[in-house]
Design a protein around this ligand. Structure first.
Ligand code: PFF
Length: 460
């Protein structure tokens, strides 16, 4: 007899866990800096359109595959398609889980390391962002520092996944998500009440359309995938623990709403503070680790707020990393019949080993390049720019064209009967977006990611 499959204890449990997966470094570290580099408000508007028209339909599709298949990505695709090719698409998600977690946990480790730096008051030695950039370089240049915090973060992730879907992931998300939300609100209130914060808010809310071009649209669309954890089976796996009584469309809309809200609040907190301190919003990936420490020392209560900020960043990363490890664990539990406890430990160990060369690419291996990229950048590129859009493309093709709407819709209707009777246009819109818009636009993101589209655009 097959063992009873794990499941969420409640609908809120699922939503908080899935929103936890979505809300992560992508919202607090990446979104503000790409918005900063691409013109602020106008980018935000494009991003919102991408989230609503592509992100939401694909999220619904991905959760639906999981809930209908009741398996990990490989098992779910195999069960629904009876085809090796599609099971292989699920397999790409498992590989994606290994790869993304191996570099995601390194940045998350920096966040833990920065909690310690904030507590010890190191930021107060910085005279300007250049000094904090230098300090950051020294820290990541230290093999013990970077590996130590990376391993610590992997241990935290493993402990939660080890404890199981309900007792680990669901309980952890129910504790961490409200704390995250409160901390972020505190930071936003601090930011927007600083003298000179208004310029930061203008930057985020007043569009400058001259900054929008094909490139920034594709960046927005690519980020919509990353931030919603789409394209590699994380939402599929979480969907596989969902009850058929729950409404997928409403749940997906709530997840998208929370994810977007947090990104915007994080943007407000960060830009108001950066502008109030008279610093550059276009600092790129270093915005959080270089610019912010020198922002904190200038703000009243900065010592306290700097600690809060890096705790927030760590919690956000943790609720995402557990979903990445869970994808991999669920595969070995479902398909290879491993025990969850063994799977969590062994797989986390392998992922940690895989992450070592990425961590070392900030120090001893910094000169080691493949195709001009160091190991960290290469893994990030492969996973975020190739596997996620490709996965998203295949997920929308599978649901809209292969599985077939006559089989898809009855599954989607489970738990959502009332909604569809009242608003039949929801299904119509979803079908059209998923069938036509998503595949075409995601394909363009994919071409952009591998550089082909940019060459074509430059021809004109
Ligand atoms: N959505 C996460 C973030 O915004 O930080 C990153 C992520 C988590 C991507 C899980 C993919 C994934 F499967």
């Amino acid at each position: 007899m097959e063992e009873q499959r794990e499941s969420w204890g409640s609908k809120t449990g699922f939503i908080l866990a899935a929103a936890g997966s979505a809300i992560g470094l992508g919202n607090i570290w990446k979104f503000p800096y790409i918005a900063g580099e691409n013109g602020g408000a106008s980018f935000v508007i494009v991003y919102l359109i991408c989230i609503a028209t592509i992100g939401l339909p694909v999220l619904i599709a991905e959760i639906l595959i999981g809930r209908s298949g009741q398996r990990n990505p490989v098992g779910a695709f195999r069960k629904l398609s009876h085809s090796k090719f599609w099971a292989g698409v699920g397999g790409m998600g498992i590989v994606g889980g290994f790869l993304i977690l191996s570099f995601y946990a390194i940045i998350a480790g920096w966040a833990i390391g920065y909690i310690v730096e904030a507590i010890t008051g190191s930021f107060f030695d910085f005279v300007d962002p250049a000094a904090s950039a230098e300090y950051f370089k020294d820290l990541v240049g230290n093999v013990y520092w970077i590996l130590g915090y990376f391993i610590l973060f992997m241990i935290l992730t493993t402990v939660i996944v080890f404890a199981g879907v309900r007792k680990g992931i669901e309980r952890g998300s129910k504790i961490m998500m409200p704390i995250l939300f409160v901390l972020l609100i505190v930071l936003m209130v601090r930011g927007v009440t600083l003298d000179g914060a208004g310029k930061g808010l203008d930057f985020l809310w007043n569009p400058d359309w001259s900054k929008i071009n094909a490139n920034s649209i594709l960046i927005a669309l690519g980020h919509a995938f990353f931030t919603l954890s789409l394209g590699m089976g994380a939402m599929l796996t979480y969907g596989s623990y969902m009850s058929k009584k729950d409404n997928i469309v409403i749940s997906a809309a709530q997840i998208v709403f929370l994810d977007t809200l947090i990104a915007l609040i994080a943007g407000m907190a960060i830009f108001s503070s950066v502008f109030a301190a008279g610093l550059d919003p276009q600092a790129g990936p270093g915005l959080i680790f270089h610019t912010l420490p020198s922002v904190f020392i200038k703000m009243p209560g900065g010592y306290f707020f700097s600690i809060i900020f890096f705790i927030l960043l760590t919690l956000a990363a943790l609720t995402s990393s557990i979903s990445l490890l869970e994808v991999v664990v669920s595969y070995f539990v479902d398909e290879r019949k491993w025990k969850r406890h063994n799977a969590a430990i062994v797989l986390a160990f392998i992922i940690t080993l895989l992450g070592v060369p990425s961590a070392l690419s900030f120090n001893v291996l910094s000169d080691f390049k493949i195709f001009g990229l160091d190991f960290f950048a290469l893994v990030d590129f492969l996973a975020s720019n190739i596997m996620l859009p490709l996965g998203g493309l295949l997920i929308s093709i599978f649901v809209a064209w292969i599985w077939g709407y006559d089989r898809v819709i009855p599954n989607l209707k489970e738990g959502a009967q009332n909604l569809f009777e009242k608003y039949p246009w929801i299904i119509v819109c979803w079908k059209i977006f998923l069938k036509y818009f998503s595949p075409i636009l995601i394909f363009l993101v994919f071409l952009h990611s591998i550089g082909i589209l940019d060459k074509i655009i430059n021809l004109f």
